[in-house]
Design a protein around this ligand. Structure first.
Ligand code: NAD
Length: 257
């Protein structure tokens, strides 16, 4: 129970990677604040289930990560924030000259600016307790690019930059900041891209997975939410106390190519 007594705030954590990270952190004793922009019974039930299963404190706080004030209010409402995982994210795929500007604004706000606002609100809380971990979920697209993902690639490169600046500004304060750069993980965000890709290339689902999604992953396998959660446990542990300002690629070899 290496994280007993610590509270983790995970943005965008009522599904996919965020929920997987919450489970792995709870497994080793962290209290959990789940978040998304919705506020329904299922969201609160997810937190209750975590509390029951892992015998930790867990609650759900609704806050729309597209709004700076809501990002800061999330941290304020959470109270303690020992571990901040900036995970909320959305995707839209279109050529630059056809990219809807409202989608661009939303992706930049949710995938990138939210991490700035939550970090700005969390650092004073971490400084007050003398310990903190900022973990930003970037992407292989934070280190490389793909056509038709201009907003996503821009936001994720920005997250990697923000991570480095956060690390430098906190280096002497027992606070670390690192980014995790996953390749493809089969979550709702990725599932949503499959039907359009099937139609665009006239491929079946299995071919899209093998020849489009996993084309750049030499391992030819998806990363899992458990693997990403385990990496967060490592980054929050004493073993990673001198690791700051780095990016950890969990991408089956994508960025080694
Ligand atoms: P997902 O769609 O399952 O999860 C996204 C989460 O963000 C959800 O909980 C959703 O409710 C939340 N969210 C969306 N808009 C929000 C808003 N305005 N306010 C608060 N929360 C909001 O997708 P995922 O794949 O689990 O993605 C999680 C993160 O991982 C994202 O930042 C994504 O870019 C990143 N990522 C995913 C992959 C992948 O292959 N799945 C790869 C690399 C990086």
């Amino acid at each position: 129970m290496i994280l007993a007594g610590k509270q983790a705030v995970i943005t965008g954590s009522n599904s996919g990677i965020g929920l997987g990270i919450a489970r792995e952190l709870a497994k080793v004793g962290a209290d959990i604040v789940l978040n998304s922009f919705t506020n329904n019974d299922e969201d609160h039930a997810l937190a209750d289930a975590l509390a029951d299963e892992f015998n930790v404190k867990a609650r759900y706080i609704s806050a729309d990560m597209s709004k700076g004030s809501a990002c800061r209010a999330l941290i304020e409402q959470a109270g303690a924030c020992d571990i901040l995982v900036n995970n909320a994210g959305i995707q839209h795929v279109a050529a630059i000259d056809e990219f809807p500007s409202d989608k661009w604004d939303a992706i930049i706000a949710i995938n990138m600016s939210s991490a700035f606002h939550t970090t700005a609100a969390a650092l004073p809380v971490m400084r007050a307790s003398g310990w903190g971990r900022v973990i930003n979920i970037a992407s292989a697209h934070g280190l490389t690019a793909s056509p038709f993902k201009s907003a996503y690639v821009t936001a994720k490169h920005g997250v990697v930059g923000l991570t480095k600046v956060t690390a430098l500004e906190t280096a002497e304060e027992n606070i670390t900041a690192n980014a995790i750069c996953p390749g493809y993980v089969l979550t709702p965000l990725v599932e949503a891209q499959i039907p359009d890709t099937m139609e665009k290339y006239g491929m079946d689902r299995e071919t899209v997975i093998r020849e489009v999604l996993l084309e750049r992953q030499p391992s030819k396998a998806f990363a899992t939410v458990e693997q990403l959660g385990g990496t967060c446990v490592y980054l929050a542990s004493d073993a990673a106390a001198q690791m700051t300002g780095t990016t950890l690629s969990i991408d089956g070899g994508w960025t080694a190519l």
